[in-house]
Design a protein around this ligand. Structure first.
Ligand SMILES: O=P(O)(O)OC[C@H]1O[C@](O)(COP(=O)(O)O)[C@@H](O)[C@@H]1O
Ligand SMILES: [Mg+2]
Ligand SMILES: [Mg+2]
Length: 368
């Protein structure tokens, strides 16, 4: 039974109260974020009917910026700047952190976001979203506080005080965690509220689905090839069951599917361009999604390290990302460990056209 009267705004206060008191600045900041997501949802839903003012170009990742990437970025900056909750923001679409102008630069938080995730899908009308992460700014005595530096944003994911994402799909949703479970809200467009429809989301443990961009398979490392090969072998392979594969190319949609149905998502390191340690960005994609996954009973790893424990060195740092049902992530981590120790055993891999070096018992998996 959906909790129709429990709005996002009410829930954020209740959730904090249950755990000893509400932080009014954090509550107000999350309210600004939900407002921004509603505005982005309206803009996305108008598609080509919307006239964009923004000028496009390439971002710091050398990726083409779509007009909607920049419009969503402007909406986040504009909506979250004026409430006095946030000192600075960092975005996929901006090389440098955005410093909130002095009169409004109050509060103790930093906001990091991917304003429009999955934007390569905009022209084909597939679900896209906004990913956000909230950190505490360093304590300071100045009033208003000094300008946040890039260094201030470089905190491990374990220090996030809240994280989440919005989905602009057939329904508009927000999924959020404040460090005590994961909760999903659906936008009631007639009323204008996000209502709690998915309390306490848990990643199903049993899964038969995996998600990876197969077109990169020749560039993967052996542990990733091994995992996928075993899934593809299905009922007659070491996993003893048939798998299904999904690739939406929209992280928000993949993570939401995993929260509902379980499974594994991988955007691993590959040899296409060895100067890039992965495709997805640590601070505003991997970290918030890792916090969501862990809070819902799943896991997130690079294959060799827990995502939330990575000490960031740059604002736009990329990471390999493997997330989903815990046992599946542990399996991939175990395959990395045995590979790194050179302990693989021989087996035939028709998929990768070679004799790979492994055959491990189905239950033998290590920690994340
Ligand atoms: O096009 P590829 O290589 O399959 O990459 C898809 C991945 O890239 C992303 O679109 C990156 O995010 P942006 O759209 O915010 O750049 C993810 O949502 C998705 O998982
Ligand atoms: Mg993204
Ligand atoms: Mg983006």
């Amino acid at each position: 039974m959906p909790h129709r009267s429990m709005t996002f705004a009410k829930f954020i206060i209740e959730d904090q109260r249950r755990r000893g008191g509400a932080d009014t600045e954090l509550t107000a900041l999350l309210n600004d974020v939900q407002t921004a997501c509603k505005l982005i949802a309206v803009t996305v839903s108008r598609g080509p009917l919307h006239v964009h003012q923004a000028v496009t170009g390439t971002n710091v990742h050398d990726e083409e910026q779509k007009p909607l990437d920049l419009t969503a970025n402007e909406i986040m900056l504009d909506t979250c700047s004026w409430g006095g909750q946030v000192r600075g923001m960092a975005s996929e679409e901006m090389e440098e952190p955005y410093v909130v102008p002095a009169p409004h630069r109050r509060g103790r938080h930093l906001l990091l976001f991917d304003p429009l995730d999955g934007s390569s899908n905009i022209d084909v009308n597939v679900t896209v979203g906004t990913i956000f992460s909230i950190l505490r700014a360093p304590e300071g005595v100045d009033e208003p506080p000094g300008e946040p530096t890039e260094e201030d944003f470089l905190r491990p994911g374990t220090e996030q005080v809240a994280a989440g994402f919005a989905l602009y799909g057939p329904t508009t949703m927000i999924v959020v965690t404040l460090g005590a479970g994961v909760h999903g809200f659906t936008l009631d467009r007639e009323i204008g509220n996000f209502n709690l429809t998915h309390p306490d989301m848990r990643v199903p443990e049993e899964t038969r689905e995996f998600a990876i961009n197969m077109s990169n398979s020749r560039f993967w490392e052996p542990p990733v090839q091994r995992y996928v090969e075993e899934c593809v072998q299905g009922g007659s392979g070491p996993r003893g069951k048939d798998f299904n594969m999904r690739w939406i190319a929209s992280l928000v949609a993949e993570v939401y599917r995993i929260l509902i149905r379980g499974g594994l998502f991988m955007y691993p390191w590959d040899t296409r361009d060895t100067s890039k340690p992965g495709r997805l960005r640590l601070l505003y994609e991997a970290n918030p999604m890792a916090m969501i996954l862990e809070q819902a009973g799943g896991a997130a790893s690079t294959g060799r390290q827990r995502i939330l424990e990575i000490a960031p060195v740059a604002l736009h740092q990329r990471v390999p990302l493997i997330l989903g049902s815990k046992a599946e992530v542990e399996r991939v981590v175990h395959y990395h460990q045995t590979h790194d120790r050179g302990e693989d055993a021989v087996f035939d891999s028709p998929l990768f056209n070679k004799r790979s070096l492994f055959r491990a018992p189905a239950g033998a998996v290590g920690g994340v």
